[in-house]
Design a protein. Structure first.
Length: 85
């Protein structure tokens, strides 16, 4: 008999680590399964915890790509080769 984990609001780094570890185990659960439902709940709980704990600024996605390109020394041509224009 398998004991089904119960999830509540994530309030600590330890709970966060436990939730993300469990998510990694079930992230490919078939749609409609109990594990899929658990995965959806974990995504929500993890996301809410990250919003509270990680106060990240709102960044334009294009600007974020430019920042990361600069971090890694990429040029627009490098991305065009990989992903196209």
């Amino acid at each position: 008999m398998t004991i089904k984990p119960q999830w509540f609001l994530i309030e600590s780094e330890q709970e966060y680590n436990k939730a993300t570890a469990r998510y990694e185990k079930i992230k490919r659960a078939p749609k409609g399964s109990e594990e899929h439902k658990e995965k959806l709940l974990l995504v929500h709980l993890i996301s809410e915890y990250e919003k509270i704990e990680w106060d990240l600024p709102e960044v334009d996605p294009v600007e974020l790509i430019k920042i990361r390109m600069e971090d890694f020394g990429y040029k627009s041509a490098d991305l065009a080769k990989k992903y196209g224009d």
